[in-house]
Design a protein around this ligand. Structure first.
Ligand SMILES: [Zn+2]
Length: 216
C-alpha cells in the first residue's frame, strides 16, 4: 500500500485565542467526523470507507521521556472521560520492536528543505523526520494498528501544549483538518466533540449508526 500524503501543522495553528470557541450542533459534529475519519476521501483513509476508524483501547504509548506527553494524554482522557492510553507497557520495549502504539519523538518533525520551520513544527508519521503514515495501518472492521510516531519540534520551532494534543488527535484517528482542528485553532470545542464521538462508538460503526457524544 502506498505511503500516504504529508500532514503538517501551519503557523496559524497557534494564533487563535479561542474566545468564541463554542461547540457546534450534533449534526455539524457528525459531519466533521465524517470528513476527518469516516469518509474515505479525507487524509489518510484509503480503506474502510463509511465506518469509524480508531484504535482498540488501551493504546500503548512510548513516552520516551517527553514531558509534554503526559499532560496531553491527561487532557484527552479527562475530556473523554475514559482511559485511552497505556503509558507503561512499552517503557522497556525498544522502539524498533514496537509494532502497535504511539511513539513520542522529540526534535524529529518533518521539515522539508526550504520550508518555514514554524509551519512544520510537529507531525504524525511512520518514523522520525518522515512525512507519511505507514501503509495498511487500518484493519477490519476499522481498527487502527501500527507504530505511529508523534514527532515534536524542529531546530527552530517548539510545539506548544495545544499542538501536542492536536497531533495526538491525528494519531487517534482524525485525518484531515477541519475548522477548529488545524483550520484556525489547533484544537477547539468541536475538536473535542469529534474525538469524543469517535471513541464513544465501536470500531467500524457505519456512518448512519454513529451516535453523537458531548465531551466533558
Ligand atoms: Zn494537523
Amino acid at each position: 500500500m502506498k505511503k500516504l500524503a504529508l500532514l503538517v501543522l501551519t503557523a496559524a495553528l497557534t494564533a487563535c485565542g479561542g474566545g468564541s470557541d463554542t461547540a457546534s450542533s450534533p449534526t455539524v459534529v457528525l459531519s466533521l467526523l465524517a470528513s476527518t475519519n469516516v469518509d474515505s476521501s479525507g487524509f489518510p483513509w484509503s480503506s474502510y470507507p463509511g465506518v469509524t476508524k480508531r484504535w482498540a483501547l488501551p493504546i500503548p504509548v512510548k513516552v520516551n521521556g517527553e514531558v509534554r506527553a503526559g499532560p496531553a494524554m491527561d487532557a484527552i482522557e479527562a475530556k473523554l472521560g475514559m482511559v485511552l492510553f497505556d503509558r507503561t507497557s512499552l517503557n522497556s520495549v525498544a522502539v524498533g520492536n514496537v509494532t502497535r502504539g504511539i511513539v513520542f519523538s522529540q526534535g524529529t518533525s518533518y521539515l522539508p528543505t526550504g520550508a518555514d520551520p514554524q509551519g512544520f513544527c510537529a507531525n504524525v508519521s511512520d518514523g522520525p523526520y518522515a512525512p507519511g503514515f505507514p501503509g495498511g495501518f487500518v484493519r477490519a472492521p476499522g481498527e487502527m494498528s501500527a507504530r505511529l510516531y508523534v514527532n515534536l519540534d524542529n531546530p527552530k520551532c517548539t510545539a506548544g501544549a495545544d499542538v501536542v494534543i492536536h497531533e495526538l488527535g491525528h494519531a487517534l484517528g482524525l485525518g484531515s483538518h477541519f475548522q477548529g482542528f488545524g483550520n484556525g485553532p489547533a484544537i477547539s470545542a468541536d475538536f473535542w466533540s469529534v474525538l469524543d464521538t469517535l471513541y464513544s462508538n465501536p470500531i467500524g460503526t457505519p456512518k448512519a449508526n454513529i451516535v453523537y457524544k458531548s465531551p466533558n
